[in-house]
Design a protein around this ligand. Structure first.
Ligand code: E4P
Length: 217
């Protein structure tokens, strides 16, 4: 399973990268705004900073909602750095743009996916990644993990190469359950990654080891 961190915060990205288990970064316009990154020039400069910190794929989301605008923005983003993956919303023009980029060999991440039907369209358009938002489904009493499982079944039935990028992760159990289902990637906040480290018996056991060692020395 690939681990992506879902943030535009450079400190959190650096902390996750230092663990040695980070495979990429996802952002979105809200995450950029949360860090005070506004305006096209500042956003582009920030993507370059992220690419300097990590070695893996960095999803950069277009803001246009029309085909021509998505193509214009996406080509500009893709030219920034080989690590950049163009992130497109799952709307009709987003699917058209995804197919356009796929035919040109530009990698894509189709986002704001909430149904198996939408994920099927993304795969047929040649998306590199599809981002089903399981947390936002959970937030409205809908089984987000079930969507991940449906997409996994459909993609495996037809051998689609599109990678399932489980997004809108809320906590470590989302990570573990998505891994059990076979999601190719998870993207979540730093806490969803570092939270996997935590177990009280590890802390208790280490403290005992150290105490016993000290007794003998
Ligand atoms: C992926 O990058 C999505 O934009 C992100 O995971 C959404 O997460 P949220 O539902 O917590 O906003």
């Amino acid at each position: 399973m690939k681990f992506f961190i879902d943030t535009a915060n450079l400190d959190d990205i650096a902390e996750a990268q230092a663990l040695g288990i980070l495979d990429g970064v996802t952002t979105n316009p809200s995450l950029m705004a949360k860090e005070g990154i506004t305006g096209a020039d500042n956003i582009i400069a920030h993507y370059k900073k992220i690419c300097d910190i990590v070695e893996g794929d960095v999803s950069a989301e277009v803001i246009s909602t029309d085909f021509e605008g998505m193509v214009r923005e996406g080509e500009e983003l893709a030219a920034l750095h080989p690590q950049i993956v163009v992130k497109l919303p799952l709307i009709a023009d987003g699917i058209k743009a995804c197919k356009y980029f796929s035919d040109k060999g530009i990698r894509t991440n189709v986002t704001l996916v909430f149904s198996a039907g939408q994920a099927l369209l993304a795969a047929k358009a040649g998306a590199t990644y599809v981002s089903p938002f399981l947390g936002r489904l959970d937030d409205i009493s809908t089984d987000g993990l079930n969507l991940i499982a449906e997409i996994r079944q459909i993609y495996d039935n037809y051998g689609f190469e599109t990678q399932i990028l489980a997004a809108s992760i809320r906590h470590t159990m989302h990570v573990i359950d998505c891994a059990k289902i076979g999601s190719d990637v998870m993207t979540g906040p730093l806490s969803s990654i570092t939270g996997l480290l935590k177990h009280p018996l590890t802390d208790i056991g280490l403290a005992k080891f150290l105490a016993d060692y000290k007794k003998g020395n």
